[in-house]
Structure formats: structure tokens, C-alpha cells
Design a protein around this ligand. Structure first.
Ligand code: SAH
Length: 255
């Protein structure tokens, strides 16, 4: 799955937003992080030029934004919703940090649309709004000053979602089924390490120094790379060529 596909089912819902500037800035925050689905519940002033001014090029999100009368309608098709709250009192839901919320949203998004819900500037999310959600999300702050600007809260969460999605798509190995070649067996790895040691000796990489520690580092590095069978063959091809060149050079010297 591509990054885009991971991010596509994630909807940002803004409830009772008073300032159109915040809607525009939230759209901008979303677009920078690759999110595109914006839903507005009872926005005070929308559409509004001030929203477009702050969107700074994210006008397409504003144009496509869906407007609803209630949170229930805005998330009717969602399989999961997380509500962002500045206050920690009286929360009877699982409380997540932004990174955990991002993970949950991305996991659930494989089953259908998911929502990240934000409250009004003055009052935040009502208990009723929160009760529609599966989890509450709190951005850790100073205890005495916990309320971020709405659009900045959207930015923080959008960034966490993008970071989590990048980790999944770029760093984590593809699931077995999606890899073309089977993973290398321990035996194949061991033969590759033996080959490594021989080849490094032949090209005189060790220069008479003890090389146990170095071989350990190489082992650790290559185990971490989670090689498949073909990748082991590529490595061994390189080693064989290095040996061939070393032997050729030696035979030339000996002539
Ligand atoms: N005075 C309100 C704060 C509203 S800020 C209150 O006490 O709840 C507008 C919205 O931004 C909030 O409803 C919430 O969705 C989000 N937000 C602001 N600060 C946040 C924080 N520290 N953690 C999570 N969401 C936050």
C-alpha cells in the first residue's frame, strides 16, 4: 500500500468552528501532511474568504469539504473515531497520545473510513461528542496551559499520522506475502557470512588485524536488513567477483 492509500480514509472533523481562519489553517495543515478529507459540523461562517486566505493553496480541501448538522452524520460511515481534547477531566474513554492515536487510526483505516474529531475554539468537545468516539486524544502540554490553537492541534495530529504512515510504508519490511522472494534461511545467511570472511581475507581487508569483532558487526547489520534469498545471491555475486578480481591481480603480480 502506498502512503496515499494509507492516508485517504482519514477524515478530519471540525465541530462548531467559530473562526473561518481556523478552518483555512486546518485545511493547510492537513494538505501539507497528505490528508484530504475535511468535514465541518455547523461551521459558524463558511464558505468565507478568510478561510481561503489562511488555506494558502489548500482551497481544494475547502471546496470538497462536506458540511453536516451533527457529528453523528459526519462520521456515520466511519469504523473508528478519535476525539481530540485539551482537557483531561471526566474522560471515560481510552486516552491516547498523538502517536498512539495515529497508529490506531491507520490500523482501523484498513477496514473503512476513520475520523479525527476536533472541538470548538472556546468550548472544546462536549461530553456527548466524546461519547461518539472510540478514544480520546490529548497532545501532552503544560498542565496549566493545555489548549492549543485548533489548527495547530490539527497540524500536530496530521504530522503524527504522516510519520506513522511513513514508518509503515518505508521502514517496516513488506509482509511476507507481498515479497517476491522467500526470506533467506539461517543456513543461507551463514554461508554468506563464511563467504564474506573468505572474500574479505582475499582482498586483504583485515590486514592481519583480528577480525572477529568486525565480522560480528557485519552479521548484525545484515540480519537487521532482513534479506531475502535473491538478495543473498546478489551479495554473494559481489563477493565472488571481488575474489575473482583479487585472484587476477595476484596472478598478474606473480607473473
Ligand atoms: N477551551 C477548549 C479548547 C479548545 S481548543 C477546551 O478546554 O477544551 C479547540 C480544539 O483543539 C479542541 O477541542 C481539541 O480538539 C483541539 N486541542 C487543543 N488543544 C489540544 C490538546 N492539548 N490535545 C488535544 N487536542 C487539543
Amino acid at each position: 500500500m502506498s502512503l496515499r492509500e494509507f492516508l485517504l480514509p482519514i477524515r478530519v472533523v471540525l465541530i462548531d468552528t467559530a473562526l473561518p481562519e481556523n478552518i483555512g489553517a486546518a485545511a493547510r495543515a492537513m494538505k501539507t501532511m497528505g490528508l484530504s478529507d475535511l468535514a465541518l459540523v455547523r461551521p459558524k461562517l463558511f464558505p468565507d474568504q478568510r478561510a481561503n486566505a489562511l488555506a494558502a493553496g489548500a482551497d481544494d480541501l475547502l471546496e470538497r469539504a462536506q458540511i453536516y448538522d451533527s457529528l453523528t452524520d459526519a462520521i456515520a460511515d466511519c469504523v473508528y473515531a478519535a476525539g481530540c481534547t485539551a482537557r483531561l477531566r471526566d474522560i471515560s474513554l481510552p486516552l491516547l497520545e498523538p502517536g498512539e492515536a495515529a497508529q490506531s487510526l491507520l490500523t482501523e483505516a484498513r477496514r473503512g473510513p476513520v475520523a479525527l474529531v476536533f472541538g470548538a475554539e472556546r468550548t472544546g468537545l462536549t461530553n456527548e461528542d466524546l461519547s461518539r468516539c472510540d478514544a480520546a486524544v490529548h497532545i501532552p502540554t503544560e498542565a496549566e496551559f493545555s489548549s492549543l490553537n485548533l489548527a495547530q492541534a490539527v497540524q500536530v495530529l496530521s504530522f503524527c499520522i504522516r510519520s506513522a504512515a511513513l514508518t509503515i510504508t518505508e521502514v517496516m519490511p513488506l509482509p511476507l506475502a507481498e515479497r517476491d522472494d522467500p526470506p533467506a534461511t539461517i543456513e543461507q545467511m551463514e554461508r554468506m557470512f563464511e563467504h564474506f570472511e573468505q572474500a574479505l581475507a582475499e582482498i586483504d581487508f583485515f590486514k592481519g588485524r583480528p577480525y572477529g569483532h568486525l565480522m560480528q558487526r557485519i552479521r548484525r547489520m545484515l540480519h537487521r536488513a532482513d534479506l531475502d534469498t535473491r538478495e543473498v545471491m546478489i551479495f554473494r555475486g559481489i563477493l565472488a567477483d571481488a575474489q575473482r578480481m583479487a585472484r587476477l591481480a595476484e596472478s598478474r603480480i606473480n607473473k
